[in-house]
Design a protein. Sequence first.
Length: 158
Amino acid sequence: MAPGELATSASSTALEGTVPPNWSPQTGPAGEATQPLSTAHLELLDDVIREAERFTGLRFSVYLGDLGGNSRATADSLLSGLDADAPTAVLLAVSPGQRVVEIVTGAEANRRVSDRAARLAVLAVVASCSEGDISGALVTGVRILADQAGTLPERSTW
């Protein structure tokens, strides 16, 4: 996944045959099942991620989609998929259909993003998602995590 890239996963095919035929996944007011976020929302999210990375020196990634039965293990595997960036990475994984939010940090990022900061971000993401604002949830989550991570001393004069 490239910096700022948003990965999505449609889970409706996995549910085929187990739900009523008129059922469709809820993706929020701005999107469709195949593209839950508009281009403008994706651009805003990309700008927020880029600014968070510049501000903190950490790598931020967002995943929107199904996290499977073991959401934590899936989030951990997504983080490890960042290869060399994994130690400095912060992953915000949101599965609106499952009503699950996971925040996973690499070893170095963990020193700067506390569990308390992650819980604060989760609360904000859940609040925005409950209002149907998935784009706002992702943007707010990244901003809170970046704010809590703080600025590196050598970047404080930028």
